[in-house]
Design a protein around this ligand. Structure first.
Ligand SMILES: CC(C)[C@H](C(=O)O)[C@@H](O)C(=O)O
Ligand code: SF4
Length: 469
């Protein structure tokens, strides 16, 4: 019988069928961060269990850790330090690899896993964090779990899972110039909604996906959790293998050759059946921005915000509430709206390629005087690489703060935040109420749109920021 890519990985990892669609699945890698991982490790220890395979578990400091230059274990939120210290101690006791503050491998968990070659095509990986779906971009089955599941996976190397359904999103054609994977992710959210892939494994396929580099694939898969998906996955190809070859935790030598051979079989069979199919043409996507407080409340940059009752997927009450929170009126033009802050960062858009594209826009320019602009590289490797290219100087000269790696103001877990009612244009993935600070108003967009808007001091199209040559 024809199989999907997901079926193939599922069957290769199925230890036992447990009835009613559930199975015991072998877990190859467990990733942890200090916000939820330390708790899981401590609770495991107090229950009298140990980590079965410490060499297959990894922990990093990303959520709570301070990102201001010269950071220590202290965080703006007084309780933050407890998460850091507890995770460090528990990871050490368990004997798992820790990417601590000061380690050049430290960074946001979903950024460092591909960077280090921890996620591999055809493997299973779990992490108590909802954006674990990002890592499916490399052709592995990676998904977010709860803390008690993390304990189970650490202790046994297995998890009991209800087999999820599948959905294929086929993106044919090519994205237009100046349109990014972030715009594509927001477009899909606008089209199919925040429950559009609920509980399903989304396989992204089609010519436009094949043409994306790994960084852009990671951005796209990152936002699958905003579609309600179980996870996302992209079949591995030459782009994937070229990216992973030689990474610290990638198989080496003959093992690498074998891994690539096995990886070449990892795609959905031509006549495989998916529970849901959805197709689109990449040329329909334009630069996008969110107007509301859910990632599905997105629109083409240049369109007016909806009239109350006009939004296909939101009730009139939800639109009124979102517009009220965002300080917007029905049918208002979003282009030209004054912003208070601009944020480049998060597991969605803070890799070196993102920062390069932003630097091209910022070079020789300065952010508007009333705008607070912050760039937080996604990992220490990203920061180091960017600094080696002199990108940090472009950011600093343009008036951006240049930070240490971490989640920072994507989600103010360590206490770093924007102010109440401040309007922030952000390269992140969630625009929920108070996500970036109590009462803060977040507009999600591509890094290019964030950069161009930071310079203009108001929301503008990324084309505005194109170098004038
Ligand atoms: C803190 C963590 C559990 C959370 C998640 O699961 O995604 C965070 O990373 C987020 O982005 O909201
Ligand atoms: S960068 Fe933001 S979305 Fe990503 S893991 Fe951190 S808090 Fe979650």
């Amino acid at each position: 019988m024809a199989k999907t890519l997901f079926d193939k990985i599922w069957e290769a990892h199925r230890i036992a069928d447990l009835g009613d669609g559930a199975a015991l699945i072998a877990i190859d890698r467990v990733l942890l961060h200090e916000r939820t991982g330390g708790v899981a490790l401590q609770s495991l220890e107090s229950a009298g269990y140990s980590v079965l395979a410490p060499e297959r578990a990894f922990a990093t400091m990303d959520h709570v850790v301070d990102t201001r230059p010269g950071r220590t274990d202290e965080t703006l939120m007084p309780t933050g330090k407890n998460f850091i210290v507890a995770t460090r101690e528990a990871a050490k006791k368990a004997g798992i690899t820790m990417f601590d503050i000061g380690d050049p491998r430290q960074g946001i968990v979903h950024i460092i896993s591909p960077e280090q070659g921890i996620i591999q095509p055809g493997s299973t990986l779990v992490c108590p964090d909802s954006h674990t779906c990002s890592q499916g971009a490399l052709g592995g089955l990676a998904w977010g779990i709860g803390s008690s599941e993390a304990e189970h996976a650490l202790a046994t190397g297995t998890l009991r899972i209800q087999k999820p359904g599948t959905m294929r999103i086929t993106v044919s054609g090519q994205l237009s110039r100046g349109v990014t994977a972030k715009d594509l992710a927001l477009y899909i959210l606008e089209q199919i909604g925040a429950a559009g892939s609920r509980g399903l494994v989304v396989e992204y396929a089609g010519t436009a996906i094949a043409a994306l580099d790994v960084d852009q694939r990671l951005t796209l898969c990152n936002m699958a959790t905003e579609l309600g998906a179980f996870t996302a996955i992209i079949a591995p190809d030459d782009t994937t293998f070229a990216y992973l070859e030689g990474r610290p935790f990638s198989p080496q030598g003959a093992l690498w050759t074998q891994a690539v051979e096995a990886g070449r079989d990892l795609s959905s069979d031509d006549d495989a059946c998916f529970d849901r199919e959805w197709s689109m043409d990449a040329s329909d996507v334009a630069p996008m921005i969110t107007w509301g407080t859910s990632p599905q409340q997105a629109m083409r940059l240049g369109a007016p915000v909806p009239r109350t009752g006009d939004s296909p997927r939101d009730t009139a009450e939800a639109v009124v509430r979102a517009l009220d929170y965002m300080g917007l009126k029905p049918e208002q033009e979003i282009v030209g709206l004054k912003i208070d802050a601009a944020f480049i960062g998060s597991c969605t858009n803070s890799r070196v390629s993102d920062l390069r594209r932003v630097a091209e826009i910022l070079r020789g320019k300065h952010v508007a005087p009333h705008v607070r602009a912050i760039c937080v590289p996604g990992s220490s490797q990203v920061r180091i690489a960017a600094e080696a290219e002199g990108l940090h100087q472009v950011f600093l000269d343009a008036g951006f703060e240049w930070r240490e790696a971490g989640c920072s103001m994507c989600f103010y877990a360590g206490g770093e935040s924007f102010g109440p009612q401040e309007r922030v244009i952000s390269s992140t993935n969630r625009n929920f109420e108070s996500r970036q600070g109590p009462g803060t108003r977040t507009h999600l967009a591509s890094p290019e749109t964030v950069a161009a808007s930071a310079i203009a001091g108001r929301i503008v199209s990324p084309a505005h920021g194109e170098p004038s040559s």
